[in-house]
Design a protein. Structure first.
Length: 428
């Protein structure tokens, strides 16, 4: 009897409804979410937090308001003659997401026009001439084919004389991989290419999306013809930094200032005005960007660790290149170790595998000449990539190996400073 009454009481509700739950102790009001547990109601409170309540503790569920269908404002293509034109490439991520009442998380905006509905301030800084959405993915789902698609669209915009720059919205997880890829794919860059993000979705009071997008718009019409990531400089909503695309890394899982410049200063500080802090390639609207997106996916990124088995290197012999994050100045287990990696590395290189070394400390530069362990590793033929970041090195190796005509000069090309990926001087 009680089960039948419970079924009648609760049958009308659905995720997205505003409900009031009554228990013996209290009444709870909020938005009903889809719960991963069958015996639990999941509620989004007015504060923004989600709580779970056992269904057996609820003696009444009242629907206060039914789920509202969202209305999307149409994107009007009206340009302000006093503002510069940019193109916006929407690829996904939290910055182009909204709350999902079925899961309690966030989901991608289904139409590019929704982005301007969420961020109307953007239209006060630049003319959004075009909104292009080649796909909508969270960045952990991206690969080299997605980098190529973004690069291809960016080239079309950059070579259009009516476009002054490009903004790309993107998820944070692999954002620095994409910025590295675009830094190598876009040759003879003429205008700014700005990737931006948010750590927290726009429905949250603590969202970083608005400031990041406004700062990105300012950099997109600046004089810096660079591939850059723009985002919060601190946890406060005061200003943003523009980071070089090959010298930036996500250094925190959730902080708003998660991205940091590594071994060099940011290119610029963006507040009310832009304050340049580092060297950059100047804008030259007369140049034409060339797309060079050759890429070989048979590469890997691995980390050396104590007791590492040589069989791991043997496994990657089926690949064409690997990046190893080595210890300190450039070391792996050698002659004194129970598991000596030197012979297997030498054999793999002799058999044609390209192996490059980067510092797993992230900050600082490799120097294999300081200790005998480093000199021993250098003799195997491992290419030491100075202060290059692991993710940047991974992308660059795929790009270099993608050029079959570079086969006899792979080391030369890996050490050639194409896009500021190697610093001659280490800075804080």
């Amino acid at each position: 009897m009680e089960a039948k009454e419970d079924k009648m009481l609760h049958k009308q509700h659905e995720p997205g409804d505003k409900v009031k739950l009554s228990t013996v102790k209290e009444e709870i009001e909020g938005i009903l979410l889809e719960s991963p547990e069958q015996g639990v109601y999941l509620i989004k409170l007015k504060s923004g937090y989600n709580i779970g309540i056992k269904k057996e503790d609820v003696h009444r569920l009242e629907i206060v308001g039914k789920k509202k269908e969202e209305k999307i404002a149409s994107f009007k293509h009206s340009l302000n003659k006093n503002l510069k034109n940019i193109d916006l490439i929407v690829s996904g991520g939290t910055i182009s997401s909204k709350v999902d009442y079925e899961t309690g998380g966030v989901k991608s905006l289904t139409q590019p026009e929704e982005l301007l509905q969420f961020y109307p301030e953007l239209k006060e800084i630049v003319n959004v001439r075009k909104i292009i959405s080649p796909f909508s993915k969270f960045s952990e789902d991206m690969d080299s084919l997605d980098w190529k698609e973004i690069a291809k669209i960016a080239v079309q915009s950059l070579n259009d004389e009516e476009c002054e720059g490009v903004i790309i919205t993107h998820g944070t997880d692999t954002l620095h991989y994409t910025s590295s890829a675009l830094s190598f794919f876009l040759r003879d860059l003429n205008k700014p290419v700005v990737l931006t993000y948010s750590q927290r979705s726009s429905d949250r009071a603590s969202s970083d999306a608005q400031l990041n997008l406004i700062a990105a718009a300012k950099m997109a019409v600046s004089e810096a013809a660079e591939v850059m990531i723009v985002g919060h400089a601190s946890s406060s909503d005061d200003f943003c930094y523009a980071f070089r695309g090959t010298k930036v890394r996500k250094m925190h899982t959730s902080k708003r200032d998660a991205f940091k410049s590594i071994n060099e200063r940011p290119i610029a500080k963006i507040g009310e005005k832009i304050e340049f802090m580092n060297s950059f390639s100047p804008r030259d609207n007369s140049k034409k960007v060339k797309l060079d997106d050759k890429f070989n996916d048979k590469i890997a990124l691995i980390k050396f660790y104590p007791g590492m088995d040589a069989e791991i290197i043997d496994y990657y012999s089926r690949y064409q290149g690997i990046i190893i994050e080595v210890a300190v100045l450039g070391h792996v287990a050698g002659d004194e170790a129970r598991k000596n990696l030197i012979p297997v590395l030498r054999k793999a290189i002799d058999n044609g595998l390209v192996i490059c070394a980067v510092p797993q400390t992230i900050y600082g530069r490799l120097n294999p000449l300081v200790y005998s362990a480093g000199r021993m590793l250098m003799k195997t033929g491992v290419i030491f990539l100075e202060d290059m970041l692991p993710e940047t090195a991974f992308v660059k190796l795929g790009w270099v190996l993608g050029h079959k005509d570079w086969k006899v000069k792979i080391k030369e090309k890996m050490l050639e400073n194409f896009s500021g990926e190697i610093n001659s001087r280490i800075e804080k």
